[in-house]
Design a protein around this ligand. Sequence first.
Ligand code: MSP
Length: 637
Amino acid sequence: MTKYITTPIYYVNDIPHIGHAYTTILCDMFKKYQILKGNECILLTGTDEHGQKIENSAKLKNIDIKAYADEISSTFRSLWDSFDIAYDYYVRTTDDYHSVGVKRAFEIMFEKGDIYKGYYEGNYCISCETFFTKRQLVDELHCPDCGKRTSPLKEESYFFRLSKYEDRLLEWYKENPNVILPLHKKNEVIKFIENGLSDLSITRSTFKWGIEIPSCVNDEKHIIYVWLDALLSYITPLGFGNDKPNRMEIFSDATHFVGKDILRFHAIYWPVFLMSLELPLPKHIFVHGWWIRDGIKMSKSIGNVINPKDVAEAYGTDIMRYFLIREVPFGQDGDFNQKALIERSNAELSDSLGNLLNRLLGMSEKYFNLKIKSSNFSYLQNEINEVEKIIDSLDFYMENMTPNRYLEELWKIFNIANISITKYAPWEMMKHNKSDEVASLLVFIANILAKGALMLYPIIPNASSKLMNALGITKDDFTNLITKNNLLTSFALEKIPPLFPKIESPKMQDNVLKNLPTNTQNITKDLKEEVNIKQFEKLDIRVGRVIEAKNVENSTKLLVLKIDFGNLGVRQIVSGIAKFYKIELLENTLVCAIINLKPSKILGVLSEGMILSASSEDGKLTLISPKDEAEVGSKVS
Ligand code: MSP
């Protein structure tokens, strides 16, 4: 039976960062493991290119949306190619076959009576492309997932009857308790369902960048909600609803890898959509945590992202893969820390594994000219039993998605090998003419490294291949060496350069978060000179929505904001609020700004206006933001 694995498809509003690389590497690892075991396995990845967020990002850059999506999608694809990610399908939601399939799915759901027309009133988080009821919001305004300000939304919409499937969904989870791993993540989902599922708005009519609803519905102004569109990308490349070669049979053994932020979409909406389409439900949803820095999720707008390309260039893809997989228990958050990466590489890859190979090669060359042979391992029987027990346990750890445990256990066999060398001291045995025993020990160690090399292939494929070459084995030896608990009796070894040379000092500039500013703005308590209304009216003050906020280089005080003023366009304004606002929370905030102030450059950055803020005596700035939703571009007087 063929296994089918998917990464989430990545939004093209952002270039890839280490969080995206993590999901993709995990999937590639799982695929490589299946292939090693002799299973057929198909991997899908791709990009999610519709929705308001992407429309806004392209608008911000003043480029055609499709051209923008093309560029970022190809950045993702070439990154995966440069990392040798073994994907079989690369889906883009702007591909024609995909929109044909999505429209077909909509038609089926509509014909079945699962879709009806209604009116949506609630709040929307553009960043998460998610609808929320007031009850779900933080302070009735902010997104419970990312903390950003949501926008009230009132629009005619088509709804999917999620509520109709509530019981069936709960029943399915009861009958299949291991679908969601780690298990505690399942409990969150069950609680959410038990609180009651509201029908889901699945169309939008206030912007255009999406797939139109099919003609059977005959309602041109609606486009399909980005999450319905995106989730269907798992099946449209397999020929669902379009004329691509049909491989839908592999969907009956599907495993989705997702970050914890998108679990709800995969664990609630997706199975229900599949029920409506009468398709098989996923076998597994593996949920990983976030890579964070200083407690904050990495994101481009905060400027705390780590580019996987930089890591790979500095340390190589094997060390990057090893660190990502080994450092954090699957499902938990992890701090990406260069020091920790170096320490792990030096202690585990260089000392424990690399050095073991060196010792084996060194002694085998000295005593046996690199050709080692033995079939009598009697004095090593305890060690052999221990190694076999460990190797037997590994499949459980991988299949249940605890790859850090898999590695932890695997390293025990290298420790057994290193300890055996010290314990039996082959150099002493040679002095006492026990060369047969020495040969047995070296063959045993070569077997440990051979088993290790195979089991490491999914995690560090390049080093594993080099190791296999040095030992004269291939991946085809897997069944022989792993599933039968066999020991090979002879090796023709080959000397190779050190697998993992020690890393002496950090190779990457640590792009740490910029320090928080210490300066405060000068304020004056003095009353200003009187003005008349005419003078005041000279100021053109407007409401705008922040669509991007970034630090100004070399400044601890300044932020540069891109603000949407509706018909008046997007303007860039520099403001001294860096100390008082987390930039990731500014996005989507309404502000008031004077827009007819003469443009000027502040620290070399163009500023086309001034944002209004209240300043307290101690210099704290508080943005003046309309209390209720006000239209962007509207006048403030
Ligand atoms: N487009 C949606 C997914 C649609 S799937 C039908 C999306 N895209 S995303 O680009 O925002 O995120 C893709 C994946 O990257 C998610 O699984 C998310 O959890 C993961 N990561 C994004 N930032 C991350 C970290 N900082 N750390 C680990 N993974 C995180 O959501």
